[in-house]
Design a protein around this ligand. Sequence first.
Ligand code: G3D
Ligand code: MG
Length: 187
Amino acid sequence: MEHKLFKVTLLGEGAVGKTSLRRQYLGESFEKNYAMTIGADFATKRVILDHVEYTIVIWDLAGQPRFKEVREAYYRGTKGALLVFDLSRGDSFKMLSSWIEELLINNKNKKIPMVLVGNKSDLRGSNLKTIPSSFGEDYAEQLSIWSGFKIPYIETSAQNGDNVEPAFETLTEQLIKHAYQEEIELR
Ligand code: G3D
Ligand code: MG
């Protein structure tokens, strides 16, 4: 069977729930030493589709390392990203564009498939003010026009598990589709 490896990164402000989303999807990570060395953690997921086995390696930046080298290694070769904000924190929404900028700077200016994730949907209806869905939808629409990829918007809760699998799986589908198209164009 043909085998392909894809790197996916989690982008977004501290405490928006990146690590919780990844844990909810995959369980605990198993590369603790690596995490300590470069300040990133990773876990893998295998997907078989049309007789091809894909290994999706999900990278998760531990804390906010300041070293340029760490950030470069984190982003380099990324094929897809989950762009995460916290539905109860407006600042995390406003910072999304600078995360995209950071990805581009460190990934040869390559636009890639992404999924925009509004996390902590369980806080809707609590006494915390939350960002309306229309904000996420509009921003995903803008990103789609800008990037040329269909960038979906999904609201998740890493706390109760709502929509976590669809978020990762939508991204996986998009990046496999994109890689397949690129391959056809190269033939
Ligand atoms: P990060 O990896 O983006 O920095 P974390 O974020 O996954 O470490 O999560 C930061 C905090 O937000 C954690 O709280 C975590 O439990 C909480 N959190 C993550 N996802 C959700 C969610 O969907 N809903 C709610 N209500 N909380 C969430 P603590 O208190 O452990 O720091
Ligand atoms: Mg984290």
